[in-house]
Design a protein around this ligand. Structure first.
Ligand SMILES: [Zn+2]
Length: 367
């Protein structure tokens, strides 16, 4: 990671702290964060991910964001949770605003309408790869008349088709980075798990794991955001999850292999909810690029969560179709975005205790 001024490092530490408060008493984040931090040189994790993106992504590059997770796959492959899709949408916005890159979202086919709604609510123009390419090549294109794009596609659930699609996508997009936001990852026996050790319906899951495996083999940077230890990419802290989490080494499904995904991402961000981890990456990108608008606003967060609920996404903990994240209300979530906004601004312009024009008798005395 590059050397950064102390004000950036202090802000990055504060951002990680805010986004790893165990607000619902789940008891996991302290373990995951400490392990991910130890494994990655004891540096602030959101900053690490933002730094990697700035290193490898050039303007007009494609950045793949994987999300969507059928959380009630036995009932319907279309039921998603707000954690993941909402974060993918605001991250897609930041990838365009902060890096000038083209966000390419992959998810289950049944989740595409939800991601379209989330991306539109985040302010992006939903398009297709072909339409985007044709627009770029159009003789009528006017430079500077920006179109912030979001390209969303379904990914196969069949393993063989997924392997072919992974190779095709890597060839067609030549992505600069692959980012996973709240996707369960298959363990070494090919089984996907919930955090409490139950198996998910393997046939309902898009096999996006193979896209990340192929991409990593081809030298593409991989970043994973997780909040439970069962997410794609969390294999980076395999031993720690196996040792410390109740279902790390042994799940409660017949596979018996534990919840740790086989795939280890290059950079792992652990946060209270995956969306929160994404916001931290956005905030650090805003810090590093000196551009406030890279981090989405509290109003935008409210809009995205409402759009997700309107498109049928559920809160992953309550199970209700409502605009909260993992049992944390949408109202509290917008406050967290507001605090991030404050932290980014404060890192640039530290709040002054004493203004030089303040009358002497009103000046605060400091010891
Ligand atoms: Zn199992």
């Amino acid at each position: 990671m590059s050397d950064y001024p102390e004000r950036v490092l202090l802000a990055a530490e504060a951002i990680d702290r805010l986004l790893t408060v165990d607000l619902t008493g789940r008891g996991l984040i302290n373990i995951l964060y400490a392990a991910a931090r130890r494994k990655q040189g004891d540096r602030p994790l959101c900053l690490l991910a933002a730094d990697r993106l700035l290193d490898v992504v050039k303007p007009t590059d494609a950045v793949v964001i994987a999300t969507g997770l059928p959380i009630r796959g036995w009932f319907s492959p279309a039921i998603a949770e707000t954690d993941g899709p909402a974060g993918a949408a605001t991250l897609a916005r930041a990838v365009y605003a902060g890096l000038g890159a083209v966000p390419e979202i992959v998810c289950e086919e049944a989740m595409v309408p939800l991601l379209r709604a989330a991306c539109r609510a985040a302010g992006l123009v939903v398009t297709t790869h072909a339409e985007w390419q044709a627009g770029l090549a159009s003789p009528h294109a006017v430079p500077g008349r920006d179109i912030p794009p979001a390209i969303i596609r379904g990914f196969p659930t069949d393993l063989g088709e997924a392997q072919r699609e992974a190779r095709r996508l890597l060839e067609e997009l030549r992505p600069a980075a692959l980012i996973s936001v709240e996707r369960q990852g298959a363990n070494e026996r090919g089984v996907y798990h919930y955090g409490k050790g139950e198996a998910n319906v393997t046939s309902a899951m898009a096999k996006i794991d193979v896209l990340f495996e192929e991409g990593q083999r081809a030298g593409v940077s991989t970043i994973a955001v997780g909040d439970g230890g069962n997410e794609l990419g969390m294999g980076l802290i395999r031993e720690e999850i196996r040792d410390a989490l109740p279902f790390g080494a042994r799940c409660i499904c017949p596979c018996g292999g534990g919840i740790v995904p086989a795939f280890a991402a290059d950079v792992v961000v652990a946060a209270t909810t995956c969306n929160w981890g994404v916001w931290g990456i956005e905030a650090c990108l805003a810090l590093l690029t000196n551009r406030r608008e890279v981090l989405h606003t509290p109003e935008s967060e409210r809009n995205v969560l409402r759009a997700c609920a309107s498109a049928g996404a559920t809160d992953g903990i309550t199970g209700f179709v409502e605009p909260g994240i993992d049992g944390i209300s949408g109202r509290v979530c917008t406050y967290v975005v507001e605090m991030l906004e404050y932290m980014v601004n404060a890192a640039w312009t530290p709040p002054a205790l004493v203004h030089k024009d303040t009358p002497r008798r009103w000046q605060r005395t400091t010891v």
